[in-house]
Design a binder for this molecule. Structure first.
Ligand code: KG4
Ligand code: ZN
Length: 345
């Protein structure tokens, strides 16, 4: 029997290995998201209280191949039916990035698919477009992750104007550091949110940094110091839950205040929230009620696409497919990569 020739598709496979999640997904221009898989290394890093870059890279090596095979099977595709292979090229841990990049380059060379380097934050910013109710351009984006906290005006793919940023710690970093101070296991952010859910208001109160002056900048390192100062007063388990709640309220209200200010300043009427902290329930509820009273449209990715995932990389890769450079240009891996340097798609 003669094997049938590969069917042409608009499917792009995305690989994400920038930190401690190995993730693979396939997005098809005509049919949407076909499959996505994720393996979290969190349990491995928990022993060390944070991500160990060398261990992260090694673990990606052991997982990525099987995860790609599994995702292709789930999507009902063969590798030679892919139009493009996208991978996170930065920012992130360099060793971890190189694993995904090398695998993607090898697969692209073997199949003839287009190799597409993707900016991790562009993936986060476009993640709400994976949902059925998706925002139209232009919109205001609040990107809150472990490494970044910024407000950007988004006029299209690759058209990002950063109008506010953190001067020190990212919101997710503040969650993680405060969680560590409270003795919570890694990854701290979701654990702190869980503890805060049993907290009661009023016992502790922390400042809403930089909301008392004009501007769209953030600063969260002082808040961490306030928590450390208050910590000796948190003796019982209930005290600690109360403290976690007060911290969560300070961060989420600060974010909400700046979002509303940015909407007023830009005149935009759509707000998109992306990045790991976007999974925080209190932040979602706060912005939801603001959207109702202030009459702006609010868009979130589903919580699993707020945190690191490959669906967002496959989607951004698909958006970048037409403009992608030939795959013999080598593997890109950048630990730092300013978002504003991206070209429009
Ligand atoms: O986007 P992401 O998965 O990775 C980066 O690109 O950084 O974001 C991870 C960050 C971590 O700091 C984590 O603690 C935080 O998002 N995070 C949360 C929640 N889920 C994840 N912070 C607060 N509440 C949550 N539910
Ligand atoms: Zn991320």
């Amino acid at each position: 029997m003669i094997a049938s020739p590969p069917l042409p598709t608009h499917a792009v496979l995305g690989i994400e290995t920038s930190c401690d999640e190995t993730a693979v997904a396939i997005y098809d221009g005509a049919r949407g998201l076909l499959a996505h898989r994720l393996y979290s290394q969190a349990a491995m890093h928990a022993e060390y209280g944070g991500v160990v870059p060398e261990l992260a890279a090694r673990d990606h090596v052991g997982r990525v191949s099987a995860l790609v095979a599994e995702t292709l099977t789930a999507a009902g595709l063969r590798a030679n039916q892919l139009a493009g292979i996208a991978y996170t090229a930065g920012p992130g841990l360099i060793g971890a990035l190189l694993v995904g990049g090398s695998f993607a380059a090898g697969l692209a060379a073997a199949t003839g698919a287009q190799l597409i380097p993707v900016h991790h934050l562009e993936g986060h910013l476009l993640a709400p477009m994976l949902e059925t109710r998706r925002p139209e351009f232009p919109f205001l984006a609040l990107l809150v992750s472990g490494g970044h906290t910024l407000l950007a005006r988004v006029d299209g793919v690759g058209r990002y104007d950063i109008i506010g940023e953190t001067l020190d710690d990212a919101a997710g970093e503040a969650f993680d550091k405060t969680a560590k101070a409270l003795g919570l296991p890694y990854p701290g952010g979701p654990e702190l949110a869980k503890l805060a859910a049993t907290g009661q208001r009023g016992a502790f109160r922390f400042p809403r940094p930089m909301t008392d002056r004009p501007g769209l900048e953030f600063s969260f390192s002082g808040l961490k110091t306030s928590v450390l100062t208050a910590l000796p007063r948190a003796i019982t388990p209930q005290d600690r839950a109360d403290l976690a709640l007060a911290f969560e309220e300070a961060v989420t209200q600060t974010l909400a205040i700046k979002c509303q200010r940015a909407l007023e300043q830009t005149g935009l009427s759509r707000l998109v929230v992306a990045g790991g902290v976007g999974a925080n329930r209190r932040l979602r509820a706060l912005l939801q009620s603001a959207a109702e009273t202030q009459a702006f449209e609010l868009y979130f990715p589903r919580p699993e696409f707020c945190t690191d995932n490959a669906a967002m990389i496959a989607f951004a890769g698909h958006a970048r497919l037409a403009g992608a450079q030939p795959s013999d240009s080598g593997i890109a891996a950048r630990s730092r990569w300013p978002l504003h340097t991206l070209a429009p798609a």
